[in-house]
Design a protein around this ligand. Structure first.
Ligand code: SAH
Length: 506
């Protein structure tokens, strides 16, 4: 609890405020066409003025001089400028006063004059002189989140704002408008007792997710379906599926949308590549179902097969659940995402696809290996190293210089892959790197050449998940954290593409 403002008498926190710890009433002010005074004409004043103009206030700026941009606004007629020193009478008729001068005595005089006239006053950065203050806001108009600390810890309030901001989809405002436009209709169509549950389904369900994705047409369809279902009691509700790329494993590499949908889902279907740290970002009460196909991340020993996963997804969604199907990396890079959406579409189940950072990108970043580099690598290929015998890869194309080739699921076939590239014409000295558990605890990078990498991997006991990266760029990388053998400093220092300071960390 902060002390009562010194310049004010009798408006300090009362007993009940002290008891509750709440000493400001959060309130949203309608200021359209309302006279507001801002004392001060600098950049600090301008920040507040911008906000006041956005809400349609009639702003009078009291300051002998204005900064350039404020002067331009005054010239354009968007505010009134009184080019005078501050005098208390200037506040007559004002509904809100902001003091933003760099002189404490002027700010104090403004505060006293405003209080004497019972006008709420904010002195920028001075909670003691203020009777109200500006919260940190998240603007999803018409939906607004305001975070305040009683003027005591603005930086903390801004930090909290950022935390919340990340969780709120950018399009929440459209959702608020969508709902606003339909309120009356729902009021007429549904009995009061069922309305709240109906809106709950809209806000948490497929209609909202369509708005989130910018698909107003789809949202209208879902809304009509829900309304129809609510009118015919007992009608079947359908859920939805979020096909989410969970990235390479580090939870900080989830996208904001992945996080938002994870927090919305009732059930989480996840596989081996998704670590606990990511599952913890889901709603606490969400059910988790492991649908990993094997224990090695290489699709060999299969416990639950693809058809069973698809069947489970369909069954859950048909019973009205919101299902998050979490996949390592990106769902459409060796993730069988295509088959899953096909199954969903066949059953008319709405779905959303959220791209994720695929392992190759994460591994490259982890090892500081650029995947493309002018003159060295002009194209990039992702190849599955799994089931090599059955597929018809164009080895001659993969063996050509000036490109980067990344093999997924290749650990078990390293020797074979390197031999095939060599036989197709790749140089034995072609640089190669193996990145194990990219972005996960215990991440390792092994560097070598086409001729040596398989033996080095065996020696280091590299196990899945790991990626093999082949190409001239593999010689460029260096990373601070990986537990790798000694780096050949001479080679790096000779190489003009590697900044010298990078090597000094080793
Ligand atoms: N959809 C995933 C790939 C699934 S295939 C994606 O886009 O990343 C599984 C293979 O991905 C593993 O065998 C391994 O080669 C690679 N992989 C996945 N996560 C990895 C990680 N954190 N580090 C290294 N390789 C990884």
């Amino acid at each position: 609890m902060r002390p009562a403002p010194q310049s004010a008498s009798g408006d300090g926190p009362g007993l009940s405020a002290a008891a509750s710890g709440l000493d400001h009433l959060p309130i949203f002010l309608q200021l359209r066409a309302t006279p507001v005074a801002v004392v001060g004409g600098g950049q600090v004043a301008e920040r507040k003025i911008k906000l006041l103009l956005r809400v349609g206030a009639h702003v009078t700026v009291i300051a002998p001089r204005l900064c350039e941009t404020l002067a331009a606004r005054a010239a354009a007629g968007s505010l009134t400028h009184r080019a005078e020193a501050f005098a208390p009478e200037q506040l007559e008729g004002m509904r809100l006063v902001i003091a933003a001068t760099d002189r404490t005595e002027v700010n104090a005089a403004v505060s006293a004059a405003a209080r004497a006239r019972a006008i709420p006053v904010n002195v920028v950065d001075d909670a003691g002189l203020s009777s109200c203050y500006f919260p940190a806001i998240i603007d999803r108009a018409p939906l607004i989140v305001a975070v305040g600390s009683g003027g005591q810890a603005p930086v903390l309030a801004r930090w909290v704002r950022e935390q919340i901001e990340a969780l709120l989809p950018a399009t929440l405002g459209s959702l608020a408008r969508f709902i606003g436009e339909r309120r009356r209709r729902v009021q007429r169509a549904l009995a009061p007792g069922v309305r709240a549950a109906f809106w709950e389904r809209i806000v948490r369900g497929a209609a909202a997710t369509h708005i989130l994705m910018g698909d107003a047409h789809g949202a209208r369809g879902e809304f009509e379906r829900e309304l129809h279902a609510a009118q015919l009691s007992g009608a079947r509700r359908i859920g939805e599926v979020y096909l989410i790329g969970a990235g390479p494993g580090d939870p900080d590499l989830l996208t904001l949308r992945a996080l938002q949908l994870l927090q919305q889902a009732d059930v989480i279907l996840y596989d081996r590549l998704v670590p606990e740290a990511i599952l913890e970002r889901a709603r606490r009460d969400a059910r988790r179902v492991f649908v990993g196909k094997d224990s090695t991340c290489e699709p060999r020993r299969t416990h639950i097969d693809q058809a069973q996963i698809e069947e489970l997804m369909v069954r859950l969604a048909c019973s009205g659940e919101r299902v998050a199907r979490l996949k390592g990396g990106d769902p459409f890079v060796f993730g069988r995402g295509g088959e899953e959406i096909h199954a969903l579409a066949r059953h008319g189940i709405p779905f959303i696809i959220v791209p994720g950072i695929t392992a190759a990108l994460a591994a490259a970043a982890a090892a500081a290996i650029p995947l493309t580099q002018r003159t060295i690598a002009q194209s990039l290929t992702f190849v599955t190293g799994h089931a090599l015998d059955e597929q018809t890869l164009d080895w001659a194309a993969l063996a050509r210089p000036h490109q980067t080739v990344v093999f997924y699921m290749g650990v078990a076939h390293l020797e074979h892959i390197c031999a095939r590239l060599g036989a197709a014409g790749a140089q034995p000295i072609l640089p190669a790197a193996l990145i194990e558990r990219a972005t996960l605890p215990g991440q390792r990078v092994v560097r070598g050449t086409l001729a040596s990498i398989a033996a080095l991997a065996r020696e280091a006991r590299i196990t899945p998940p790991a990626l093999l990266l082949v190409g001239e760029v593999a010689a460029l990388g260096t990373e601070a954290t990986a537990a790798e053998g000694p780096v050949d400093l001479d080679r790096h220092l000779d190489n003009p593409l590697v900044p010298a300071e990078d090597t000094s960390e080793h």
